[in-house]
Design a binder for this molecule. Structure first.
Ligand SMILES: Nc1ncnc2c1ncn2[C@@H]1O[C@H](COP(=O)(O)OP(=O)(O)OP(=O)(O)O)[C@@H](O)[C@H]1O
Ligand SMILES: [Mg+2]
Length: 350
């Protein structure tokens, strides 16, 4: 792909076309834009589209993932540094802002930037000015900033994790990409697109298509990993399938195996397999809480979380238990067991 080509953006559903329209409208204005969406919804592709539709399209598009580097490295990646500004800084280094001058800087996972760097970023967004790390000279740049996040930024502001003044400035316009489960009509189209791409990569002559049943499974799956997950699932199905027979089996989970290790913790009880996935989610949540707020009654705390999660998921999938189970990575049998365990959960439309 050359610098001036973009990846194809496939889709015909109203919510997708709406987002595309929004990108095209805002592209010509030299204003910051935020692209929000769950993982794998196409944020990076949309950012590329925005750049190539903008008046700066023939200048550089620079990308930086704000969660990939520790704070001090991210700082020098963004703003550059002078020789000798820290151990190992033997030469002057131009930051991404300088590299993107006249073009676009795509700041991916911007929600993960520390409050200190957010403050520095605010000044560049506001005045286009900054200093390299360890430098005194004030530099001026003209850079279009496009930020991406899969978090609720206004909520982070309320929680004191994101600066309100920075969010105000970055959010001249906000484009929120629809998750794939709200684009069911696009699934056959996208599946064909990813499949034919894989057929080319495998240097095969033609794509035999999907059986109705396998397409039905594809359309009814909840796709928590969105388009990236769909792409992987389809590409795997294509390379595994017979050259001339339509695809009649879809493996959604490549980890599925009778030999899959059941736990990471050897003290775990065998009859607790039902809570496997839930425990993972909860471990993440527990990690995020500070030490003072550790629960006094661990079991009651976990159960309350299970109930809340299940209720939320059931509400979201309009009480369709199969879809809810898919979305939570549970089997139908497992979700039924949960509903028996917690009769207080409302599992039907009243
Ligand atoms: N509309 C689309 N048409 C075709 N392919 C798409 C579309 N949207 C996304 N993709 C593909 O899906 C994958 C994920 O897209 P992308 O990396 O832009 O998502 P993302 O939202 O940035 O994901 P993450 O949050 O994980 O960084 C990529 O392989 C991309 O090429
Ligand atoms: Mg991305």
């Amino acid at each position: 792909m050359t610098q001036h080509e973009t990846h194809k953006l496939i889709g015909e559903s109203a919510s997708f076309l709406n987002a595309l329209e929004q990108i095209s409208q805002v592209a010509s204005l030299n204003k910051p834009v935020l692209i929000i969406g769950e993982r794998g919804t196409g944020k990076e592709l949309f950012a590329e589209r925005l750049h190539f539709l903008s008046s700066n399209w023939d200048n550089t598009l620079i990308k930086l993932n704000c969660s990939a580097l520790p704070e001090t490295l991210l700082e020098s990646e963004l703003f550059g540094h002078e020789a000798g500004s820290f151990t190992g800084a033997t030469k002057r280094h131009l930051g991404r802002f300088e590299q993107a001058d006249g073009g676009t800087l795509f700041l991916d996972e911007i929600a993960n930037m520390s409050l200190r760097l957010q403050e520095k970023l605010l000044r560049v967004v506001e005045y286009g000015e900054f200093e390299r790390v360890g430098g005194r000279e004030t530099l001026s740049v003209n850079v279009r900033i496009v930020g991406a996040a899969n978090m609720d930024l206004p909520l982070m502001v309320e929680q004191g994790k994101f600066r309100a003044d920075l969010l105000d400035r970055l959010s001249f316009d906000v484009i929120t990409l629809p998750p794939l489960r709200f684009r069911e009509d696009d699934i056959p189209l996208l599946s064909d697109f990813f499949a034919t791409g894989m057929i080319k990569e495998l240097k095969r002559d033609f794509f035999p298509g999907f059986t109705d049943e396998s397409m039905h499974h594809l359309v009814n799956y909840a796709w928590p990993g969105n388009l990236r997950e769909l792409k992987n699932v389809i590409e795997r199905a294509v390379y595994r399938c017979q050259i001339d027979t339509p695809i009649d089996h879809i493996d959604f989970d490549p980890f599925e195996s009778p030999f899959r290790p059941l736990h990471n913790d050897s003290t775990h009880q065998a009859d607790e397999t039902i809570v496997e996935q839930e425990v993972e989610v909860k471990q993440e949540e527990v990690k995020k809480r500070d030490i003072e707020s550790l629960p006094h009654d661990f079991k009651a705390y976990i159960q309350q979380h299970e109930i809340e999660l299940l209720q939320r998921a059931l509400d979201q999938y309009r009480f369709n238990q199969r879809k809810t189970a898919d979305a939570l990575g549970l089997s139908y049998h497992q979700i039924r067991a949960y509903l028996r365990k917690y009769p207080s959960i409302n599992s039907k439309i009243d």
